[in-house]
Design a protein around this ligand. Sequence first.
Ligand code: S3P
Length: 186
Amino acid sequence: METPLATLNDRLKKPIVMIGLMGAGKTKIGGLLAQVLGWPFVDADHEIENAAGCSIADIFEQHGEQAFRDLERKVLTRLMSDELKVIATGGGAVMNEQTAQLVWDKSLSIWLRADLDVLVERTGRNDKRPLLKGGDPADILQNLMDKRYPVYAKANIIVESNIADAEITLNERVLPQLADYLEKAE
Ligand code: S3P
């Protein structure tokens, strides 16, 4: 297979930030992308949990969503300021204006976009997401799609991530679109 990787690596000058709704595949596909690039991969939610010393659900419950968003912004600022890496953000990160500005200005952003039924199925596999606990997850996710998709649409690259096989999404969509984006940006 012809690989554009050597040239991709040369052209990448900013961290890559994965954005999209819960269940879109940011952690899975971001991790695979990092492996292929030979870059570190960091999941911002895990970093937030490490920084806080407790789970995301506990932060929401004990301190509220605003405290979580403040911590999320601080963690992302730190993650984006050192060595190049792939960062998976939580679905709400770019809904905070300052965090969004940071992502648009200082990273190459990739929006993983998936359909509602796919997101409902994937997020239903565990109960780690506090935002999906207050009602019907399908209604909540639909509502978040309406609010967030216009913001996610500012990403540099938009990739559909409905299919279950993340390697196919990476190889057949993310990598070619990344190569195309970098070529046009030059
Ligand atoms: C959130 C998404 C979660 C996590 C938190 C809030 C959101 O991350 O940051 O529960 O606002 O969409 P994932 O998108 O990785 O599930």
